[in-house]
Design a protein around this ligand. Sequence first.
Ligand SMILES: [Zn+2]
Length: 543
Amino acid sequence: MKPGPAQGAEALVVSGNILTMDPERPRAEAFAVRGGRIAYVGDRAIAKEAAGPGAKEFGYGAGAVIPGIIDSHNHMLWTGVQRELADLGGCRSIADVLDVLRRYAEAHPEREWIMSGSGWHVETLAEKRYPTAKELDSVSSARPVFLPRVGHAAAANSEALRRAGIGRDTPDPKGGRIVRDAGGEANGTLLEPPAMALVGRLAPPLAPEDRRRALRSVQKAYLAAGICGIVDPGLAPDDIAIYEDLDRRRELAVRSVVMPLAQTDEDPEKLLAGLRAWGVRTGFGNERLKIGAVKIFLDGGASLGTALMREPYPDEKCQCGIQVTRTDTFRRIVELCASTGWSVGVHTVGGRAIDIALSVFVEVDKRHPIGDLRFSLIHAYLWPTTDNIATAKRLNVGVATQASMQYQFAPILVRRFGKELVGRATPVRSWIDGGITVGGGSDSPVTPFPPLMGIWHAVTRHVDALGESIGKDEAISVQQALTMYTRGSAWLAFSEHERGMIRTGMLADWIALSEDPLAIEPMALRDIKVTQTAVGGEIFYGN
Ligand SMILES: [Zn+2]
C-alpha cells in the first residue's frame, strides 16, 4: 500500500478505449502520465512522446479505461472497522449469523467480546427477526455477544445481558425498549439507542491502532472495486485524526474528503467555536486528504420508518418520522457555516426534511450567499418536488445519491408505500434534468460499495428481489451514471478541478474495465470487472 517515492512520479502511457468523461474530448486512444498527473490526452504516438523515452505502456486491447470512481457518500473508516468485527452483511438466515459468529469467536480468542459490525439487516434474514439471547448463547455462553445493527437495534446473548444487569425486573430506559419473551424475560433484542447503550457502553471500543489498521486495509477492497476517492461523512475529531495519521504515513491510497459531524445534541455555538479554533474550512488539505462540508442530520431513515415525511406513513397513520435536529438549531448551524466559509451537507431522506433544509438554505442565503459554498442534500429520496429541484438549482445545491441503497431497500419500501410511489423515489433523472450536480455513492457500510452495481441500478432501476425494474422514468443513461460517479462526485468532493475526468493537468486516477460500459447490454453492467486501478499514476490494483 505504501507508495514508493519513485513510482508515483513514473512516466507512463495508457492506451486503449479511453472514455475520458471530458465533454470536450469524450474519447481518446491514449494518455500520458508524468509526476502523478495526466500530461497529455489524445493520439497514442504523441502520448508516447509526451511520456518520454522508456516510459512503460499499459495497452488495453479490450474493455475501456475511465477516470477513477469517486464515492460521494461512503463511511470508509466505519466500513473498515466493520471488517474488524464479525461481518453479518452476507447472512441470509439466523443459522448463517450463528455460523459467522462462531467462526469469528474462534479466529479471535483474544477478544473478550464477540461483536458484529452494524451493516446487517433483519429483512435479509429468512426469519425476519433478531436472533434471541438463547440462540446467541450457542455461540458462547461465557463471552458476551453483542450485535448492533444500523437502524437503532441490537441483539445480545445472556452473558451480555447479565453484565449489563438486565433482568426480568429491569424497566425499559426512557426512549428505548427491552424486548421480552412470553414469560417476561428479556429475549436479547434491544430497541433504540438508550436500550442498546445498556450493553453497548460496556463493550470495549476498538483501539486507535486497530482502527488505523482497519482503515489501511479496507482501502484494498475499495481500490479493487475501482474506487479511487471517497467522501466520508459525519466524522468525529478522533476519526479525522486517523485519516490524518494515515496520510502522514503515506498510507492513504484512496483520496479522502472528510466531513466533520455537527453533533445534533450539542450547542451550535460550541460547534462554531470548534470550527473557528481549527482555523481551517471546507477545502483545506491536499490531494489525498481534504476537509469537506459539515455534516448535519435532519431526519432518520426510509427503511426504519424514521425519515421525516410530509404525510404520515401509510402503515403508521400516527407518525411522520423523526426530526433529528430542531429547525432552529439547524438554522443556527447553517448560518454559522455560511458565515465562516464552511459548506454544509445535510442528511435528508424524507420530503419534509428536504423542504426544511431548502427553506433554511433560502433564508440563510439572503444574509450569507451560499452559492459558492456548494451545500448538498444527502440521500434526498422520499419525494423531492419540482419546487425543491428548482430551489436547489438556484442555490447551487448538489445531491449525493446512492443507487445501491435504492436497490437494497426497495422491497421494504414497496411493502410500506407501494410500487407506484417507490418508483418515483430517488428521482435521479429529474435532478439531472433540473440542472443539479448529482454525485453517485453507496453509504457503505449501510449498503455495499461496489460502484458498478450502483451504476447498473441507476441505469436499469432493476430490483432482483422484486423481479422487475421500478420507476423507469427516473432511470438515467450509462453516460449519465458514469458522470455521476466521476465528475458529479468530484464536484461534491470539492475536487472537480483535478479529478473526475481524464484531461491534461488532472490527477492520474483511472480504472480499466473488462468491458466498455457504453457498448454492452445495460443488464450486464454489474458484471463488468475492474482489471486495474491507479491513483496518482501509481498502480494499486491489477497489473
Ligand atoms: Zn451515511
